[in-house]
Design a protein around this ligand. Structure first.
Ligand SMILES: *Cc1c(COP(=O)(O)O)cnc(C)c1O
Length: 448
């Protein structure tokens, strides 16, 4: 399947650079004011509030099933950490200097599954469980105590049903862990990137793991077809899922309270810049949607992809969304950033977000490794490769033509000293020690 005829290199000269595997920084010309952009989508603050309310209802169940969430009373959230040492290091080796604050959002520390997927995927599994329980009368209504979901009766009920998913690994971990906890049968279709430890981990939890020697898009296709053939099977569809997207939006919205609590101001004179690792687009898209509802024009959200898999960059910059894939540019080789190894973006998310993302950029494998090593050295924080992509964001913005143009057009240049930059760390705490050591040893050979 090729769509080369759709790719007009004269109209989109950026494609030449992308095709050569070079890093790019792209300013989104379709960005609109938040209200105008939101009005063109089917979603609003109401949908985020509905998702938040559902997570609150399930908090008692989460608290019972996962005692490690006692501190947050069953709410799955992560801290925001200062990374001044890393900032100083990056300032010393880059041509540009980041002023203002530089923070790390620690989704690597999220309880239950240790990646950003714990937001969207767990939300979708919970919503499915709630829908079934209400439909079949196990729950009278949404005011029942959801600790019932930890009971044997509920477990027995859900053991009649299956949840399936196609994944590069982490989505499977989140869906599999929560699905099994509730008593569902779970089938996870793994793409070729999936790490062995993720398969072992899931099999230990009683998940049926099916290994595909194909890329992510194909693994999803196979999983969807198999699941659709079984009326009692529900497919968590990374390419088309509104529930995943809405689960992620909550994370963006909750930043408002977290920043306030940490004394960080976000307003016209104190811009907030966010840098979000991007695979299929659901997590950076949903979180950006929530952030834009919370902060409007004062937040600027950029997605980050590997140079080998820049599927959102391609889909948005050509306005071809999921009609193009990285294979059309003869890209798509294995990347160290396995969590971002998605050759074709989600059409749903790309179209929803086309007027809300400020832009995006791409990162070479060597840079992923350099950042992984350096963050560990400077801050003692180990992240999985995909999760470090945001750390280079402010430097790419400041040193690129498109980045500078963005700052000028939005009258941000004079406000940079008051700015807050946040790199969203998307995973890492679950990586086994052996794999962690191998990553660190390899990464040490790639200085930034
Ligand atoms: C899945 C994932 C992402 C990206 O999320 P998408 O919804 O696929 O865009 C980023 N980092 C890690 C560690 C992930 O597992």
């Amino acid at each position: 399947m090729t769509n080369k005829h759709k790719l007009d290199f004269t109209k989109y000269p950026l494609l030449n650079t992308i095709k050569q595997g070079q890093e790019v920084f792209w300013k989104n010309p379709m960005l609109l004011k938040t209200e105008e952009a939101t009005n063109q989508t089917a979603y609003s603050v109401k949908d985020i509030e509905d998702a938040e309310a559902r997570l609150q209802r399930f908090a008692h169940f989460i608290r019972v099933a996962y005692p490690e969430t006692e501190d947050t009373k069953g709410i799955i959230e992560s801290p925001l950490s200062d990374i001044t040492d890393m900032k100083q290091y990056l300032n010393s080796v880059n041509e540009s200097t980041v002023e203002g604050q530089f923070l790390l959002k620690r989704d690597d520390l999220l309880p239950i599954s240790g990646t950003i997927k714990a937001r969207g995927a767990i939300y979708e599994v919970l919503k499915h469980a709630e829908t079934l329980a209400l439909k079949e009368g196990l729950l009278k209504d949404i005011h029942d105590d959801y600790a019932l979901f930890a009971s044997e009766a509920f477990q027995r009920f859900f053991s009649d049903y299956t949840i399936a998913v196609g994944t590069t690994g982490n989505l499977g971990i989140s869906v599999g862990t929560m699905g099994r906890q509730l008593g569902f049968n779970v089938t996870v279709h793994m793409s070729v990137e999936a790490k062995q430890w993720k398969k072992d981990y899931l099999r230990e939890k009683g998940v049926n793991v099916i290994e595909h020697d194909t890329d992510f898009s194909k693994a999803v296709e196979n999983g969807r077809a198999e699941s659709d053939a079984d009326p009692k099977s529900y497919f968590v569809d990374d390419e088309h899922s509104v529930e995943l997207f809405l689960g992620y939006t909550v994370g963006g919205m909750r930043m408002k309270k977290q920043l306030t609590e940490q004394g960080i101001t976000v307003d016209a004179d104190h811009p907030l810049f966010m840098y979000l690792p991007c695979g299929i687009g659901g997590s950076p898209g949903g979180i950006t949607f929530g952030l834009k509802q919370a902060f409007g024009e004062h937040v600027h959200c950029f997605f980050a992809e590997p140079t080998k898999m820049p599927s959102m960059l391609m889909g948005l910059s050509t306005e071809q969304y999921d009609n193009v894939s990285v294979f059309d540019l003869e890209l798509g080789g294995l990347t160290i950033a396995d969590g971002l190894a998605v050759p074709r973006t989600s059409g749903l998310v790309a179209k929803l977000m086309k007027n809300l993302f400020s832009g995006g950029y791409s990162v070479k494998d060597e840079v992923f490794k350099g950042l992984l090593h350096r963050l560990y050295e400077e801050e003692g924080v180990f992240l999985e490769p995909a999760a470090v992509a945001g750390l280079i964001g402010p430097y790419r913005m400041l040193s690129s033509e498109d980045g500078q143009a963005y700052l000028e057009e939005n009258k941000l240049t004079s406000k940079l000293a008051n700015a807050t930059h946040i790199a969203w760390a998307t995973g890492g705490s679950m990586v086994p020690v052996k794999d962690r050591e191998a990553f660190l040893e390899d990464a040490a050979r790639y200085p930034l």
